[in-house]
Write a protein that binds this ligand. Structure first.
Ligand code: C2E
Ligand code: CA
Ligand code: CA
Length: 529
C-alpha cells in the first residue's frame, strides 16, 4: 500500500485534487474503481515491474474520465527499489475519437442507422442466444427511388431517405435493429416471440411508410417492396438469412412492388434453375404428374363434413413434392391458371365416387389463386358444376384474404356469380391478411378458416387465444361457419370446440392422403338421428 509522496500541477489540473488532498494517501487513488486494475498493478509493484493500463478514473468532484496509467519502478545507485513514478494521462479525447471512429465504422452517415456490418454482427449474436424466439430479417427496398433522385435531385432524395429511416427507427422496439445497407435498401431485424407477432410487426413497418413524405412542401408517396425470412425456420446463419430475405424482396418486386413476400424454399434457385423449374412444371401438366391428396374436415361431433383437395407433384426424380416447393413458380409463370383449372375438374370428379358410398353431402374444397380469380374463374366453376352435375353446397372454393382484397369490387361480383351456382366460399388462412370488415360483410361467404398459426399456440399463448376467440365470435356475428386449420393436439381441439368453433381440420384428426385411403378411413356415413 504505497503512499503518494508527490504529485505535479498537471495531476492537480486533471483530477481536481490539490497536492495536499492526496499526498500520504495510498496509490490506489490513481486507479479509480478499476478492481482488476488494482490487482494487476499490485502484482506488478510486488515484482518491481513496469505496468501500463487504461483506467476509468474519477475526479475529486466525482466526475469520471478515461486515463492511461503508466507506472515504473525507480532504483537508487545500488539498484535498490525506492519509489515508483506514475504517469497519468487524460485520454478522454482519444477515447472519444476512438468511439467516434467505431461509430462511423458501424453506422450510416446520412441516417445514423447501423450499417451492414453492425447488423450482421448483431444478427449473429441474436441467433446465438435466440433459442425459442422467432427472429425476422426483412429486406426493404424503396420502389422507383431512382426516379426521385434523378428528377428532384440528391438533396431531396437524401431527405426522403432520412425520413424513412426515422419512421422505421420509431416503429421497431429496443430489441430490434433497423440498418441501412446503402442506397435505398434498409434491413430490419425483428426479434419476436412467435411467427404471428412477426407478421404483425412486418405489417406495422409497412403502415409506418404508408403516409406520404413531405419534402420542401412537396408530398411524395414512397412505396417499399419487402421480403422477409425468419430464424429458425429459414436458416440459422446470418448471411444465409440475409440472402433469403433479399431473394424474397426480389420476388416482391416481381409481384408488382409495394407488397410483402415471405421467403419460400423455391426462391433459393438460380435464374436458370427457375426457368428449368417452370419448363418442368409446364411439362408436368401434360404428362399427368400432378395428383391430388385430400384432407377431411370434421364437425364438433367428429363427423366428416368435407375434405380439402391439396396439390402434389409426382416429380420423376425428386419424388412427391408439396406445394411450397412449386406453387410460387406456378403463380409467377401464370401456369397456376391451367393447373388450377385441372385441380378444380379433378376434385369435382370425386363427388360421384363419394356419392356412391353414401357421402353425397360431403363438401369438396379447392384452393384458388389470385390469377385464377381474375381469369374467368366463374365460368370455369359453372362448367365444372354442370359437367359433374354437382348438387348445391358440395363444392367449396378457398380464397385468401389478399385474393379478395386485391380488387374487392370485382371480387364481390365474381363471388356473387359463384355463390349463385350453389358453390360455397371460404376465406382461407383467415387472420393473416388485411381484411376490411366492411367488405367482409358484403361478401357472399360461408366460412372462415382460422389460420394454422393461431391454432398452434392455443393453450399456451394468451394473445393467440384472444385472436381465435375474437375470430370465432366475429364469424358467429356474421353468420359464418368457422373451420380451424392445423389442429394437432387434443388441447387445441377441446379449446376450439369449447369456444364454438364449428369444424376442425388437422393432423390430429387426419393427414392429407390419396382419395382411396381417405374413403377407407371415412367408412360409411352414420344415419343422423
Ligand atoms: P392451405 O390451404 O393452408 O392448406 C393446408 C396445409 O396445411 C396443407 O399443406 C396441409 O397438409 C397442412 N396441414 C393440415 N393439417 C395440418 C396440421 O395439423 N399441422 C400442420 N403443420 N400442417 C397441416 P400443403 O398440402 O403443403 O399445402 C400448402 C399450401 O399450398 C396450401 O395451404 C395452399 O395454400 C397451397 N395449395 C395446395 N394445393 C393447392 C392448389 O390446388 N391450388 C392452389 N392455388 N394452392 C394450393
Ligand atoms: Ca386451403
Ligand atoms: Ca389455410
Amino acid at each position: 500500500d504505497q503512499p503518494l509522496v508527490y504529485v505535479n500541477p498537471a495531476f492537480e489540473r486533471i483530477t481536481g485534487y490539490a497536492a495536499a488532498d492526496v499526498v500520504g494517501r495510498g496509490h490506489q487513488l490513481l486507479l479509480g474503481d478499476d478492481a482488476n486494475g488494482h490487482a494487476e498493478v499490485a502484482a506488478a509493484m510486488a515484482e518491481a515491474l513496469d505496468v501500463r493500463r487504461q483506467v476509468h478514473n474519477r475526479r475529486k468532484d466525482g466526475t469520471t474520465f478515461w486515463s492511461e496509467l503508466r507506472m515504473t519502478p525507480v532504483r537508487d545507485s545500488l539498484g535498490r527499489l525506492t519509489h515508483f513514478v506514475a504517469i497519468l494521462s487524460d485520454i478522454s479525447d482519444r477515447k472519444h475519437a476512438e468511439d467516434a471512429l467505431a461509430y462511423r465504422a458501424t453506422h450510416d452517415a446520412l441516417t445514423g442507422l447501423p450499417n451492414r456490418e453492425l447488423l450482421q454482427e448483431r444478427l449473429a449474436g441474436a441467433i446465438r442466444t435466440g433459442e425459442g424466439r422467432v427472429i425476422g430479417v426483412a429486406f426493404l427496398d424503396l420502389d422507383d427511388f431512382k426516379l426521385i433522385n434523378d428528377s428532384l435531385g440528391h438533396a431531396v432524395g437524401d431527405e426522403v431517405l432520412a425520413t424513412i429511416a426515422r419512421r422505421l427507427a420509431e416503429v421497431v422496439s429496443a430489441r430490434d435493429i433497423v440498418a441501412r445497407f446503402g442506397g435505398d435498401e434498409f434491413v430490419l431485424m425483428l426479434d419476436c416471440a412467435d411467427r404471428q407477432q412477426l407478421s404483425i410487426r412486418v405489417d406495422d413497418v409497412l403502415a409506418a411508410l404508408a403516409r406520404p413524405v413531405e419534402v420542401h412542401g412537396a408530398s411524395l408517396q414512397v412505396t417499399p417492396s419487402v421480403g422477409y425470412c425468419r430464424f429458425p425456420d429459414d436458416g440459422d446463419d446470418a448471411l444465409v438469412l440475409l440472402r433469403r430475405a433479399d431473394q424474397a424482396m426480389y420476388q416482391a418486386k416481381r409481384q408488382g412492388r409495394n407488397c410483402v413476400v415471405a421467403y419460400r424454399d423455391e426462391f433459393d434457385l438460380g435464374a436458370s434453375q427457375r426457368l428449368d423449374l417452370i419448363l418442368q412444371l409446364r411439362e408436368a401438366l401434360h404428362l399427368g404428374q400432378f395428383v391430388l391428396v385430400f384432407q377431411p374436415q370434421f364437425d364438433r361431433d367428429n363427423r366428416p363434413v368435407g375434405m380439402e383437395a391439396l396439390l402434389r407433384w409426382r416429380h420423376p426424380v425428386r419424388g412427391l413434392l408439396a406445394p411450397a416447393q412449386f406453387i410460387a413458380a406456378c403463380e409467377d409463370s401464370g401456369l397456376i391458371v391451367p393447373i388450377g383449372r385441372w385441380v378444380l375438374r379433378e376434385a369435382a370428379r370425386h363427388h360421384h365416387l363419394l356419392a356412391e358410398r353414401g357421402w353425397d353431402k360431403l363438401r369438396i374444397a379447392v384452393n384458388v389463386s389470385a390469377a385464377q380469380f381474375q381469369q374467368g374463374l366463374a365460368e370455369d366453376v359453372a362448367a365444372v358444376v354442370r359437367d359433374n352435375a354437382l348438387p348445391r353446397d358440395v363444392l367449396e372454393l378457398e380464397l385468401t384474404e389478399s385474393v379478395v382484397m386485391a380488387n374487392p369490387d370485382s371480387a364481390i361480383r365474381s363471388m356473387a356469380e359463384i355463390a349463385q351456382l350453389g358453390v360455397q366460399i371460404a376465406i382461407d388462412d383467415f387472420g393473416t391478411g388485411y381484411s376490411s370488415l366492411a367488405y367482409l360483410k358484403r361478401l357472399p361467404l360461408h366460412r372462415l378458416k382460422l389460420d394454422r398459426s393461431f391454432v398452434r399456440d392455443l393453450g399456451r399463448d394468451p394473445d393467440d387465444e384472444a385472436i381465435c376467440a375474437a375470430i370465432i365470435r366475429l364469424a358467429q356475428s356474421l353468420e359464418l361457419s368457422t373451420t380451424a386449420e392445423g389442429v394437432e393436439t387434443e388441447t387445441q381441439w377441446r379449446w376450439l370446440r369449447d369456444r364454438g368453433c364449428d369444424e376442425m381440420q388437422g393432423f390430429l384428426l387426419a393427414k392429407p392422403a390419396p382419395f382411396d385411403e381417405i374413403l377407407a378411413r371415412l367408412g360409411t356415413p352414420q344415419r343422423l338421428p
